[in-house]
Design a protein around this ligand. Structure first.
Ligand code: FE2
Ligand code: FE2
Length: 252
């Protein structure tokens, strides 16, 4: 629900803050406002350019780290993630267990949506983001891990996460689409690849473990088809998603 301040008031407050600090006007998409429990994009349809004598941002957001012109996968982690420890720990765990490269890459990227994009339905968004650049098996496994996390598989020692009990309560019942996705995944030929993501999806297998990208550079090189022109500059079906992550406050 939109509560309290009107759209104009919110836009005013936001733009006043921005105009003090920046030489451009920065708008907020509807989705960003929904995270604050409010509806509507800020800045749309308002004559703020005349009011503040500035233009709306149509390029890089000066508040965010500048990205190279031809950004790679690693650049997105470097400049758009706050940290990648969880992903590196999961992939390291899979590497040490002698998993195939497909599984290691799936572990390395399984929560990419959480890291640089969005948490809600993160398995689906993450899979879609990387789909044009990886094998079908990797993106399928990442999409399915979101549902599989809620269902134990004792045959490989995977129990329902205690962290989920803490986060969602002991009585949490997954949405019907998650239950359906689990049932479909259970009988799929790549079930075990996705299941292995959940097995290695460990929040802290060793709090003192030193993890780095170094062991994964070649695995990424062999299994992630990095476009020559840079992620987002290519014409893949998810190029726009990379562009939005690079420039999340571009006016249009
Ligand atoms: Fe996940
Ligand atoms: Fe995870």
């Amino acid at each position: 629900m939109t509560t309290g301040r009107t759209l104009d008031e919110r836009a005013d407050a936001l733009e006043r803050k921005m105009s003090d600090e920046l030489d451009v006007l920065i708008s907020k998409s509807a989705l960003f406002n929904m995270a604050d429990g409010q509806l509507g994009a800020v800045g749309m349809g308002l004559d703020l350019t005349t009011k503040y004598g500035k233009f709306f941002l149509m390029g890089d957001d000066p508040r965010l780290p500048k990205m190279p012109e031809r950004p790679t996968l690693l650049d997105f982690f470097k400049y758009r993630a706050k940290g990648t420890n969880h992903l590196l720990q999961s992939a390291t765990h899979a590497l040490k267990a002698g998993m195939p490269e497909t599984t290691i890459l799936a572990c390395l990227l399984h929560d990419i949506a959480n890291a640089i994009f969005i948490k809600s339905d993160h398995g689906y968004w993450g899979a879609q983001l990387i789909e044009p650049y990886v094998s079908e098996e990797v993106s399928w496994a990442i999409r399915a891990h979101q549902a599989l996390r809620f269902f134990p598989d004792e045959s490989v020692g995977y129990s329902y996460p205690t962290q989920y009990v803490k986060h969602f309560g002991a009585d949490y019942d997954p949405d019907p689409y998650i239950k359906d996705a689990y049932k479909r995944a259970r009988n799929h030929k790549w079930y075990m690849t996705s299941r292995m993501i959940t097995v290695h999806d460990i929040y802290s297998f060793d709090p003192n473990a030193e993890v780095s990208w170094e062991p994964f550079v070649d695995i990424v090189g062999r299994n992630f088809r990095q476009p020559e022109e840079g992620l987002g500059n290519d014409d893949s079906p998810s190029a726009h998603m990379w562009r939005t992550i690079r420039r999340p406050t571009k006016y249009l």
